[in-house]
Design a protein around this ligand. Structure first.
Ligand code: CU
Length: 278
């Protein structure tokens, strides 16, 4: 059965190549005529311009809408104010299992670039495909600290630690979870159905926090080490773009996307961080 299916697919691809090959050959002939400044004969153009060419454009648009007409948004998240970066957490009595210190990732600034900012796009017609993601509890620390995923994505939560953890999610539109993780326990699968910013904590180790931004579409990015982000393959149009940070809040802008790269920066320097001791 599998072999028959395989042959059928090969023949389909072969037929498709033949079709495009014939089409290109026709176009090439026409191009030579145009180059020679010869007037185009109406009978020569009839089949190609009336049927093949529009059909080919529609086919390309349907198969590769991103390639046919799309733009992208890229930019930087800036934080240039002088600020005391939060200190690492002392793990106290859990030193043996967790290590003496756990990094504090609530505010990470690298040469005016702000990291872990989730950039999302609002657009009723924007869709996309949910993805597969992994969240690990390692050295008493969530990896990664900030995640973003489209609604209905599959999130697998692991624990690589030799001690117990308890993962507690805080959400309103999605059902909150409270899961106990023992050492070597199997991964727990979780799915968020509604767009929302979900906070995750461990009830056993107060410093353990993570954030999961559940989005309505697949057009998002998380600012990296130098605060840079890029959202590719956006259909041209007018959108609202949001940038969210866990202790600096959110900022929004309106952006018009064309066929090329659109550059947009967010500056959070005017905002004082609201860092809790926890
Ligand atoms: Cu824990």
């Amino acid at each position: 059965m599998r072999l028959t299916h395989c042959f059928r697919e090969i023949f389909k691809i072969r037929a498709l190549f033949k079709f495009f090959g014939d089409l290109l050959s026709t176009w090439h002939d026409e191009f030579v005529i145009i180059k020679a400044n010869k007037p185009l004969k109406p009978e020569k153009l009839t089949v190609s311009t009336m049927i093949y060419r529009p059909l080919f454009s529609i086919l390309i648009f349907l198969l590769f809408p991103g390639i046919a007409f799309s733009g992208s948004i890229k930019g930087k998240i800036i934080y240039s104010s002088k600020v005391k970066l939060p200190k690492s957490f002392d793990t106290g009595k859990y030193k043996k299992a967790c290590g003496a210190e756990v990094p504090n990732e609530k505010l990470l600034v690298n040469d005016t670039g702000l990291m872990n900012v989730v950039v999302t796009i609002e657009g009723k017609k924007l869709g996309g495909k949910p993805g597969k993601y992994k969240l690990d509890q390692k050295n008493c620390h969530y990896l990664p600290h900030v995640m973003a995923m489209m609604k209905d994505s599959e999130l697998k939560i692991h624990s690589s630690d030799p001690i117990n953890h308890n993962l507690h999610s805080y959400s309103f539109d999605n059902d909150p979870v409270n899961i106990m993780f023992l050492p070597n326990q199997d991964a727990y699968e979780l799915e968020f159905e509604e767009p929302e910013i979900v906070k995750v904590e461990c009830d056993l180790h107060h410093w353990m926090t993570a954030w999961i931004v559940v989005t309505d579409n697949s057009y998002f990015d998380i600012a990296g080490q130098k605060g840079g982000f890029k959202i590719p393959d956006l259909p041209p149009g007018k959108y609202t773009i949001n940038a969210w940070h866990e202790v600096l809040g959110s900022k929004s802008k309106t952006v018009t996307v064309g066929k090329d790269d659109t550059e947009i920066n967010f500056d959070f320097s005017d905002v004082a961080p609201q860092v809790s001791k926890k």
